[in-house]
Design a protein around this ligand. Structure first.
Ligand code: BT5
Length: 268
């Protein structure tokens, strides 16, 4: 382990998330930092966080904007004993954990948009990017979490002014460190549940928290764009959608776009 990174203990009793912390003033991206330093992936429960993040990444080559406020940018190294095909479930557990952490600190109007956006009153306050490094004999998953804490959405690029929000804009004042600790505790708690009792209790909490079920969506499947209604979410974290042509499809990952907001009865 390189000695020039100051790894400090965070929660010594945690097995999955937030056992120790490396904190930077500035990084390009906390996820990229871990990918560039695979030896750190051996460090069970490590979380890397930074004050400034100059080249944050989202899914599919998209960017995560840092704004100019005080925000949370962090990446957890999780040594999961869940099957590796469960990476999408880990994304859901990450989303549920941030959602529940934000509830705990008093946020109102929260919802989860599949698979990984946390919204306040329909605006994105948090994005999550899970990555599974392909490195021999290291079984770790990186859960990268960005939460907008301070200022308002005008600090982001113009196309986000109506789509993004911050905790402060919603009346919540919290330090980065306090939020990191609350998220670590929730993530630890939920990963313990997943390993002990399986995904059922988490998926049902996720469904309650999500505003996705019953919504009309447009989605991509095998490169084709279709429309339908979200009926359910399965144990691998995939969406079950009834298309307008009355086909039931499983949508594993990719894009969904809410088309209309009329609700239909959830599928049982
Ligand atoms: C995500 O991707 O939402 C995952 C973002 C993960 C960011 C964290 S920060 C710590 C860690 N290190 C990293 O480098 N990344 C992770 P995606 O679903 O692809 O959404 C990206 C889209 O969200 C962009 O195209 C914008 O539309 C929007 N967006 C970008 N920055 C935002 C922000 N600060 N707040 C709200 N929305 C934002």
């Amino acid at each position: 382990m390189p000695s020039f990174w100051d790894i400090t203990p965070l929660f010594r009793d945690h097995s999955f998330a937030g056992r120790s912390l490396i904190f930077f003033d500035s990084l390009d991206s906390t996820n990229l930092f871990l990918l560039k330093h695979p030896e750190l992936l051996k460090e069970k429960g490590l979380v890397v966080a930074t004050k400034r993040q100059t080249a944050g990444i989202g899914r599919k080559g998209r960017k995560w904007e840092e704004g100019c406020g005080r925000h949370l940018f962090c990446s957890f190294v999780v040594h999961s004993r869940l099957p590796s095909s469960f990476i999408s479930s880990i994304t859901l557990i990450g989303g549920l954990s941030v959602y529940e952490a934000l509830l705990r600190i008093g946020a109102k109007g929260l919802s989860i948009k599949w698979p990984n956006d946390i919204l306040i009153n329909g605006k994105k306050v948090c994005g999550i990017l899970c990555q599974k490094p392909t490195i021999e004999d290291i079984e770790a998953i990186i859960i990268g979490i960005g939460v907008n804490i301070s200022g308002d959405s005008s600090q982001f690029s113009k196309n986000l002014h109506k789509k993004a929000t911050t905790l402060e804009e919603n009346g919540i004042k919290i330090t980065r460190h306090e939020l990191l600790k609350t998220v670590s505790k929730k993530l630890e708690e939920n990963l313990r549940v997943a390993h002990k009792d399986g995904l059922t209790p988490l998926i049902s909490r996720w469904k309650e928290a999500s505003d996705s079920i019953g919504k009309r969506v447009r989605f991509l499947k095998n490169g084709d764009s279709s429309a339908g209604t979200i009926l359910d979410i399965d144990f691998d974290g995939a969406l079950i959608v009834r298309t307008d042509a009355d086909k039931i499809l499983r949508v594993e990952s990719g894009e969904i776009e809410y088309r209309e907001y009329q609700r239909e009865k959830p599928f049982i």
